[in-house]
Design a protein. Sequence first.
Length: 319
Amino acid sequence: MSKLLNYKFAHHHLHTEYSPFDAPVSLKSLIARSKELGYKTITVTDHGTVSSWVKLASQCKGAGIKPIFGLEAYFVPDRHVRGGIRNNHHLVLLAKTNEGIKNIFKMSQIAWSDGYYYDPRVDWDLLEKYHDGVICTSACVSGILGDTLLSDEPDAYSKAVVHAKHFQSIFRKDFYAELQNHGSDIDRAYTGVAKIAKELDIKTLATNDVRYLTKGAANNQETMMALCLGKKIKDPKRIRHDNNQMYLKSQDEMIEMFGGPQRQAIQSSLEIADVCCGELQFGKVQLPSISIPQEYKEDIDYLEALAREGLKQRGKAGN
């Protein structure tokens, strides 16, 4: 049973206004609606950014709700490979501990500075280096498991199994296979994901990829997507979602969708809500420790040397 008394489900895949292409949801309205529905935790997993975290921590504290800090990262096997079409996959990372918060921060920073191609991207290398204190889930049908299963590749299922094994080797019991049910044709990918999870003894996790707060707000999200793409709402060729189910569903609605044989996916949501205890540290200076080479007498001398080297690399060095 969950440590959170009278708690039946927790969302762990949710977008806000900090995912501007995806979600017309302010943190203030999200917290208010979550309280209405009786939720005791809020997990935010915006696309490619952790910029909501400070505001989330502050507003959740005032509302008496436990924040869980997440990121829906853009994943590629090798972040240094560039060229060709946009070809990344989604991957959800959740901070389990304070170390996890630092590691997700680090991966996000490197993704922007060293992995950017269309989007800030993480890869196997970063996951292997910075997985401590982090829970990882396979994300939606745009994750590498879903993308592979929906592809026309030969041996697609076998390839998806290989990917799942790689995640499992890194995160061990902290890797979860996400399941969603929006009534869309592409949801067939989750049948394969569930099969892989059973085959590899990976726990499943029920989520809803929340992008708006109520079913009636689906049109607002469609309008936002059209505006971001510079398309007309009536354009039949624009990117769209073919359902109105990606809203903040109640605990009972989620249990109704994932009862019976998939009940374990509900239980996983409670386990994650319980174990995630990472907190942002406020009220004290948190600067990195820098080792200064002995040949520099003062810190400022080393800083100047680094600045000049950077200018030289950019072909802008002067006297």
